[in-house]
Design a protein around this ligand. Structure first.
Ligand SMILES: C[S@@+](CC[C@H](N)C(=O)[O-])C[C@H]1O[C@@H](n2cnc3c(N)ncnc32)[C@H](O)[C@@H]1O
Length: 311
């Protein structure tokens, strides 16, 4: 997989850059790393087999620097998780001193308990906690107040935002990374995006083929945008990748900027075509629901048939 610029059907492959280099080019002052470390320990720590890992706290550094630099007023995050990304972006909005809010969507709502690895200063531990519990205990209200949390899948929540005529300047796509879902999320984001806008996609994995993000970026987005792959430290210590240099590790965020394009966006992504693609993807969950209902019905019929035979 090429990491440097290499010809691809006359098009340059996307630029790869380390997060620290990218953040330096964006300029502006940054909070001390200890601030990201604390927020990460509260909302992004991961656990495996009794061990705890600070995985990819650098994504927060990148989100912070991008929001400080571009000063978006309306931000959408797809996939809230435990809130690390949203809180880093809220911190950037606060530090910029201007207006700005974040809408973040997730199947899990603010009050839904989830398995939570955290270290609040008393050592790492596992607990079953909701975002509301952790945020209210540990996060300043001025950050929480910048964030609107919507519960639901990206299919339904983004449809709601589109129908309300909402517009976004910055979108962080970090929900389900399978191809049909991430494709829906990106095209729905294009319907919401107001130029000049930026989209950041998590989990572009240049080495592995595990995720749909890579396919979508390579096939449909990089030919239109001058996409940039920004490498963050997503290594899991103790995993085979532990000793891989970060620049070669299998973790990058892809930045798409409406002001850095290879083709005109209105020609490459005409609104009517994008809207059609989104509608097609929106039918997926309904089709899957119906298939699952059909499967249950067939199973019930088969078991009642067997019960009659036994009588
Ligand atoms: C990797 S986490 C998000 C991490 C978060 N963005 C951060 O910066 O810490 C992915 C989240 O996406 C949510 N998710 C997965 N599929 C989704 C979908 N189709 N719609 C909304 N949320 C989804 C999951 O529930 C999970 O909380």
């Amino acid at each position: 997989m090429p990491r440097d610029r290499t010809a691809r059907e006359g098009v340059e492959w996307m630029r790869h850059v380390d997060v620290k280099e990218k953040v330096a080019t964006l300029g502006g002052s940054l909070p001390d790393w200890a601030v990201f470390r604390r927020l990460g320990d509260l909302t992004k720590l991961r656990a495996r087999e009794g061990r705890f890992f600070p995985v990819n706290y650098e994504s927060g550094l990148l989100l912070y620097a991008l929001v400080r630099h571009h000063r978006p007023r309306s931000i959408l995050e797809i996939g809230t998780g435990r809130g690390f990304g949203a809180l880093c972006m809220a911190m950037a909005l606060e530090d910029s001193g201007g207006p700005g809010t974040i809408v973040t969507v997730d199947m899990l709502g603010a009050d839904d308990p989830q398995e939570w690895a955290l270290d609040d200063g008393s050592g790492p531990r596992m607990a079953r906690l909701s975002r509301r519990e952790v945020w209210e205990r540990h996060v300043e209200p001025r950050l929480r107040d910048r964030i609107v949390q919507l519960k639901g899948s990206s299919f339904e929540t983004l449809r709601g935002l589109i129908d309300e005529g909402r517009e976004m300047d910055f979108v962080y796509v970090d929900g389900d990374h399978t191809y049909p879902v991430v494709r829906h999320d990106v095209y729905a984001s294009l319907l919401l995006a107001r130029p000049p806008f930026r989209l950041l996609l998590d989990d572009y994995t240049p080495l592995s083929h595990l995720y749909g993000v890579r396919r979508l970026v390579d096939e449909e987005l990089d030919p239109v945008f001058e996409a940039e792959a920004i490498h963050t430290d997503g290594r899991w210590h103790g995993q085979p990748e532990e000793n891989t240099p970060v620049a070669q590790s299998d973790q990058a965020q892809v930045l798409l900027d409406s002001e850095r394009v290879r083709k005109r966006l209105d020609e490459a992504f005409p609104r009517a075509k994008v809207a059609r693609i989104v509608r097609v993807h929106e039918t997926w969950p309904r089709v899957l629901d119906r298939l699952s209902a059909l499967r249950s019905l067939v199973r019930d019929l088969a078991s009642s048939g067997r019960a009659k035979e036994r009588k």
